[in-house]
Design a protein around this ligand. Structure first.
Ligand code: NDP
Length: 375
């Protein structure tokens, strides 16, 4: 099984430095390309005004991918260079994630944690101290840059891993590789297209910047999310039934509809409370007079049906590769279960503290946490 990961591949200086060079290029593109400037959901604690964000993720992705194509086309960098240097790239990205964590945490005063027992240097290093650091006069928001870097590097990695497959099996490539690449690229583009909606999510308003977010975006996101292709790009065509590909795509897009639908419905409500979502879902809410919670549409079937959507998307991606007996692609949906089940519990505690009696009424009205009718 470990052969799939090609643990013997080279640990070379170019591969080690590649993430640093690519991340620097992404930062430069983010700074140089035109961006839309929007208000976020998080408010500046000093002024009470919404934080402002410069968003240009899709443009940065487009130019980065174009750069990959051009360098490959003119023969300066083989299309599968990142595949051959993936182990050293991973180690380089790991080091960057650790270095970034030490810098962003240790240059800030200790954080105030809700639970005093959580007060320790280790907790600060893991969870972070700063809530929403912005640099260069607000031109760069650390969280949004981290997510952008992770997304673009993930896309470059999976393009390179898939390119390797096509270079090794030009006569009989696996359609599953193309499908997996298409779906995962859709996932990346969808995130960047809806970058503004992300400003209204848990990571932005509830998390600090430490190892979890910093190392998570610089190392884990761009390398682990591509684990299916990492492990299986070197294998030939499994010749599975096209029905499996159709099922994989259906599962993926069913998940996308749930996750994107729920997130957009909430975003629409928070930005324009009277608006009918998609022209059909009028905002049904529970209210205590001062605050309100959506209890219809996606938010009426389960309290986090968006998490179910993410898990289904990951399952569709694992199915798409067609190697049902290999454990590697399944690590991705398993990771989502491990991430999102505790996260739902955390968010439930946060909402119970924030909304009090209103949250209790919402939980009575919508009893399921993630899977309607089951959990
Ligand atoms: P949610 O989008 O579910 O946000 C939870 C927050 O929404 C709550 O804290 C509360 O905040 C508000 N809220 C909860 N219930 C209601 C309601 N009924 N009506 C109105 N507002 C409500 O979770 P996340 O921010 O964790 O996730 C956002 C998206 O990101 C999800 O789709 C998730 O799956 C995805 N995600 C993706 C990951 C990935 O790696 N691909 C990783 C993690 C998440 P408030 O105080 O504002 O009311």
């Amino acid at each position: 099984m470990l052969d799939d990961l090609s643990l013997d591949s080279c640990f070379d200086v170019a591969g080690l430095l590649a993430p640093a060079l690519i991340y620097t290029a992404i930062l430069a593109l983010h700074l140089l390309l035109p961006a839309r400037v929007v208000d976020g959901y998080v408010r500046d604690p000093d002024t009470g005004e919404p934080l402002r964000y410069r968003l240009n993720g899709l443009g940065v992705l487009f130019v980065a991918v174009l750069g990959w194509v051009v360098l490959g086309w003119i023969g300066w960098l083989p299309f599968d260079w990142l595949y051959h240097h993936r182990w050293s790239g991973l180690i380089g990205a790991f080091g960057l994630g650790v270095g970034f964590t030490l810098w962003i945490v240790l240059t800030a005063p200790p954080a105030e944690h809700a639970e005093p027992s959580a007060k320790s240097l280790a907790a600060d290093l893991f969870l972070g101290r700063r809530e929403n650091p912005q640099f260069l006069g607000g031109r760069v928001d650390a969280k949004m840059l981290l997510y952008l870097v992770g997304a673009v590097m993930l896309e470059l990695n999976i393009l390179s891993f898939a390119a390797h497959h096509y270079m090794v099996y030009p006569g009989d490539p696996s359609p599953g590789v193309a499908l997996h690449l298409a779906l995962l690229s859709f996932f990346v583009c969808d995130y960047l297209w809806f970058e503004r909606v992300h400003l209204y999510t848990y990571d932005l308003f509830a998390e600090r910047v430490g190892f979890k977010l910093g190392w998570g975006c610089l190392c884990f996101y761009p390398y682990f999310y591509g684990i299916g292709l990492w492990a299986l790009a070197d294998r030939g065509n499994p010749h599975v039934s096209p029905v499996l590909s159709v099922v994989a795509a259906l599962v993926f897009f069913a998940g996308w509809a749930l996750a994107r639908g729920a997130n957009l419905q909430k975003f629409t409500y928070k930005t324009d409370p009277e608006r009918v979502f998609l022209g059909v879902l009028a905002p049904h809410v529970l209210t205590d007079g001062a605050r309100s919670l959506l209890c219809g549409g996606f938010w009426g079937v389960a309290r986090h049906v968006n998490y179910l959507g993410e898990i289904l998307m990951a399952t569709g991606l694992a199915l798409a590769l067609g190697w049902l007996g290999s454990p590697w692609p399944w690590l991705y949906p398993l990771y989502y279960v491990a991430l999102l089940v505790p996260r739902e519990r955390d968010d439930d505690r946060r909402c119970a503290a924030k909304y009090g009696e209103l949250w209790t009424r919402y939980c009575e009205r919508v009893p399921y946490r993630i899977i309607p009718g089951v959990y």
